[in-house]
Design a protein around this ligand. Structure first.
Ligand code: NAD
Length: 393
């Protein structure tokens, strides 16, 4: 353990200035409590978003990127995505500039959180969503533009494509999915399963329809586990042999997967999937265990070690400044950060404090409003909820 860990943070727009102080005080208190000689957690603010724009005239100053590249670890509140032409999403810019190719979302249930399903406690998955490729690469052109006309002409004249149903009014998007990109994402998922003692890795894809892109993702996944992890076939199933019990590697078509997570979520543990599927899957799973205010996330490059942990919700303009926002998404992202830098005992304390607080029906307004039985429940403001969390560490 080091004597000091420097953590960069971006406060975030909207509710960011309410949830960030709760995250910082919870993480610091957890580290103080977990160790006899606790290391110092030094939080240093870097600017992005509206605050950066106000103070520097730029929404993503180059010094912010440089500092994150150098230090490697940061945590961020939500950032307003400018709607309109020419302005890049800051979240996408951060992911691209730092090549954060894994979007990692653990999805688990905390006892007492209101959920729309009968057995939310059966959900315990970690989703690895590819973050740099797929239809999200942003290679598309509007209908009837010169570019689209050119692409369609090329496809028709040189590639013999005659399947575009309405060529004169189609917009066109390109879906790049590479062997390299798929393998590095799936490798991160498999390494996580090994490290965390998990027993299933599921490749989620739509390879029955998109045979070379999504089907490629699936084939490259099986190829990877055979090449690099000595996976073997037994009774038609693929296993990675491990001294503590083999890991089953299987795959599932995305639409069936979205049904199965409702019908038999206990069948899945670590999930590796492409960018667009991952977007849908992560939000569907988050909803099963209590939704937007409590789901944590991280964007990670496991090769360089760089990682940006983040609240998964947006800037929530409708509730900003009212002291009612739920800080748990950011606090639990901070918990992931502690685990990532090796402070597992402090991370475990954060989890048990969240469990204890929610089990005592002490919640913020979003969850309070959804409780079926409010007897004995307490609805606290963001700041007071944060103080209760620290008391429960
Ligand atoms: P949002 O997540 O900000 O809000 C959706 C709804 O959920 C709102 O009613 C909000 O009050 C509620 N909500 C969100 N987080 C909550 C929390 N922690 N506690 C209680 N209630 C919560 O989504 P949106 O309205 O679609 O987006 C608003 C802005 O945020 C947009 O500019 C969008 O681009 C941006 N955004 C940023 C990120 C990010 O930085 N990672 C993610 C999503 C959206």
């Amino acid at each position: 353990m080091k004597s000091e860990y420097k953590i960069l943070y971006i406060e975030g727009d909207g509710v960011g200035c309410e949830i960030t102080p709760v995250m910082i005080s919870t993480l610091k208190a957890a580290v103080r409590k977990a160790y006899d000689n606790p290391p110092a957690l030094v939080f240093e603010e870097v600017l992005a978003g509206e605050k950066a724009e106000k103070l520097t005239g730029e929404s993503l100053p180059s010094v912010t990127l440089e500092k994150i590249k150098e230090s490697g670890i940061a945590i961020k509140g939500p950032l307003m995505t400018p709607v309109g032409k020419g302005k890049r999403s800051l979240n996408v810019a951060l992911r691209q500039e730092l090549d954060l190719y894994v979007c990692q979302r653990p999805v688990r249930y905390f006892n007492g959180v209101p959920s729309p399903v009968k057995h939310p406690e059966n959900v315990d998955m970690v989703v690895f969503r590819e973050n740099t490729e797929d239809i999200y690469a942003g290679i598309e052109w509007p209908a009837q533009s010169d570019e689209t006309e050119k692409v369609i002409r090329f496809l028709h004249d040189e590639m013999g494509v005659n399947k575009i149903r309405f060529p004169k009014t189609s917009a066109i998007g390109i879906k790049p999915v590479s062997r390299e990109g798929s393998r590095r994402l799936i490798k991160a998922a498999v390494d996580y399963a090994i490290e965390d003692g998990r027993k299933t890795v599921t490749l989620v894809h739509k390879g029955n329809i998109m045979k070379f892109t999504e089907g490629g993702f699936r084939s490259w996944g099986y190829e990877l586990v055979k090449d690099e992890y000595g996976a073997v076939e037994k009774d038609g199933k693929v296993y990675i042999p491990r001294p503590d019990g083999d890991i089953l590697v299987n795959d599932c078509i995305c639409d069936a997967f979205l049904q199965n997570i409702l019908l038999k979520p206990e069948a899945y543990s670590v999930v590796a999937t492409l960018n667009l599927n991952g977007d849908y899957v992560s939000d569907a799973l988050a909803a099963q265990v209590g939704g937007i205010g409590i789901s944590p996330g991280a964007n990670i490059n496991y090769e360089t070690g760089r990682a940006v942990f983040e609240a998964t919700h947006g800037v929530a303009p409708d509730i900003a400044g009212k002291d009612i926002v739920n800080p748990l998404s950011l606090v639990l992202s901070g918990e992931m950060l502690l685990r990532y830098i090796g402070l597992r005992e402090a991370a475990d304390l954060v989890i048990s404090a969240v469990e204890k607080t929610i089990a005592a029906k002490t919640v913020t307004r979003d969850l309070y409003n959804l409780l079926d039985d409010r007897s004995g429940a307490r609805c606290l403001g963001t700041k007071a909820f944060g103080e209760e969390l620290v008391r429960n560490l």
